[in-house]
Design a protein around this ligand. Structure first.
Ligand SMILES: Cc1cc2nc3c(=O)[nH]c(=O)nc-3n(C[C@H](O)[C@H](O)[C@H](O)COP(=O)(O)O)c2cc1C
Length: 324
């Protein structure tokens, strides 16, 4: 399948694996890229620019296909070494960067000068237009269904994607709730040029996370996510468990006066304990409503190949058949 996204990134299939903290290691990115999609290493999971350079080199040892690096810009006091990471990306010969979070304007000139394509992930049409205006090559439009940060507007993809299509000139992919060939065809018909998957890629053989995480995704339904940190306007969609329900109760009790420090003990340091050590119910870990569509743990190649076959089947048979 050829779309503006496959052309832009030089990939076979219009399927991207979004950056995921403590999931987007070289093994994950290489598996997706080797299967014809675009795999993405998560920059901030690496403790330093030197570690990121090493991770990029490891990925290059595992694939000769294009892959990307995610740079998430966080509203934190002690900023990570973004300049060092950008240098590692450029010197490592990476061809694509997925930016997310705050405006990536400060690093764009360096990336563009090095010929790197930039796809910015955002949760609203206004942020997508801003990304277009500052020179991003594409956007990843993340609907309310998505795992991780859905923003504060709560607009699901059935509305957000056609709104983005009406306004944007640069290509965009649909992100949030994407699982298979049906998702891809729906995304294309709503104006996207491909799809970005997060949660679905965690339940694959190559995903470098504890098996408990994969089993939890297979067991979960679309009703099993919760939105935490809403009162702080830093909403995250996470898998529910007892610790998450306790956190939500604390948020309700503290009400409007809540500060991040109040809930820091419940959220800080949780991600590696679950994703890497498999400690169930230790706290909130990011997960999309798409968990309800995850029933197995295929390889990345099986997942991508069957999604493409399903998408082509829907377009050639079901949809074409409806009008002939
Ligand atoms: C476990 C997990 C960790 C994530 N970490 C990040 C991150 O560090 N940076 C980022 O830009 N997006 C992150 N995301 C968001 C994904 O890149 C992607 O946009 C999102 O998962 C899409 O929604 P889906 O889960 O319904 O596919 C994360 C998502 C998950 C599930």
């Amino acid at each position: 399948m050829k779309t503006r996204i496959t052309e832009l990134f030089g990939i076979q299939h219009p399927i991207i694996q979004g950056g995921m903290h403590y999931v987007g290691f070289a093994e994950m990115a290489a598996a997706v890229s080797n299967a014809g999609g675009l795999g993405i290493i998560t920059g901030l999971t690496q403790k330093s620019a030197a570690d990121l350079a090493n991770e990029i080199a490891r990925c290059k040892d595992m694939t000769d296909k294009p892959f990307g690096v995610n740079l998430t810009f966080l509203p934190v006091v002690n900023q990570p070494d973004y300049q060092g990471m950008v240098k590692a990306i450029i010197e490592g010969g990476v061809k694509v960067v997925e930016t997310a979070g705050n405006n990536p304007q400060s690093v764009l000139p360096y990336l563009k000068d090095a010929g790197i394509k930039v796809i910015h992930k955002c949760t609203s049409v206004r942020h997508s237009l801003k990304a277009q205006a500052i020179g991003c090559d594409a956007v990843s439009v993340d609907g309310f269904e998505c795992g991780g940060h859905p923003g504060e507007d709560d607009v699901p993809n059935f509305i957000l994607l056609p709104r983005a299509a009406d306004e944007l000139e640069i290509p965009f992919v649909a992100s949030g709730g994407m699982a298979d060939g049906r998702s891809l065809v729906a995304a294309l018909s709503l104006g996207a040029e491909g799809m970005n998957m997060g949660t679905r890629f965690i339940a694959t053989k190559e995903a470098p996370v504890h098996d408990n995480v994969k089993q939890a995704l297979v067991a979960a339904s679309e009703l099993d996510t919760r939105l935490v940190m809403r009162p702080l306007r830093n909403t995250e969609r996470v898998m529910t468990n007892k610790a998450v329900e306790r956190l939500l109760e604390k948020e309700r009790t503290l009400g409007r006066d809540i500060k991040f420090e109040d809930i820091a003990p419940e959220v800080a340091g949780v991600v590696p304990r679950f994703l890497q050590d498999g400690e169930w119910a230790v706290g909130p870990w990011r997960c999309g409503m798409v968990a309800g569509l995850i029933h197995d743990i295929p390889t990345c190649k099986e997942l991508i190949d069957r999604s493409m076959a399903e998408a082509e089947g829907i377009i050639r048979q079901r949809l074409a058949g409806l009008i002939s």
